[in-house]
Design a protein around this ligand. Sequence first.
Ligand SMILES: [Zn+2]
Ligand SMILES: [Zn+2]
Length: 159
Amino acid sequence: MILPGLQTPCPCRSQKSFGDCCSAYLREQAVAADPVTLMRSRYTAFCVGDLSYLKATWNPETYPEDLSADEPADWISLEILDADVEGSEAEVEFRAQLIFDNKLETLHEVSQFDLVDGRWLYHSGEFQNESAKPVSIAASAPCPCGSGKVFKHCHFKRG
Ligand SMILES: [Zn+2]
Ligand SMILES: [Zn+2]
């Protein structure tokens, strides 16, 4: 796993640099103070394949032992749709997109977080669009990541 440079845009799409956004959490120099910040930092951890951070921020009761990085995916967007904190429990609704196998997949989830010993942890999530199918992307179409390049010159993978 290689963390992004401190000056590069944060993978969580906050418009901030990695150094001003998720870096301190992934480096375990700070603990995310609220569930949305935690959500963003975990998204960044998924983008860079930081399994130790994902484990550190996952409620041990629901942590999947088989979590592994052997299915690389290009996460391209994160949108926080709603967040609701009540005491030591929280719900965050988000939509994330990734490109896998040259298709665009949209993940719409409501995640549950709990405050455990003063630290917010991810508990579980419920998919809101289980039946959604990955969508093919034409090689000559604009890449869904928003780079402005055509897909075949951006996130397209051969073979
Ligand atoms: Zn970030
Ligand atoms: Zn792209």
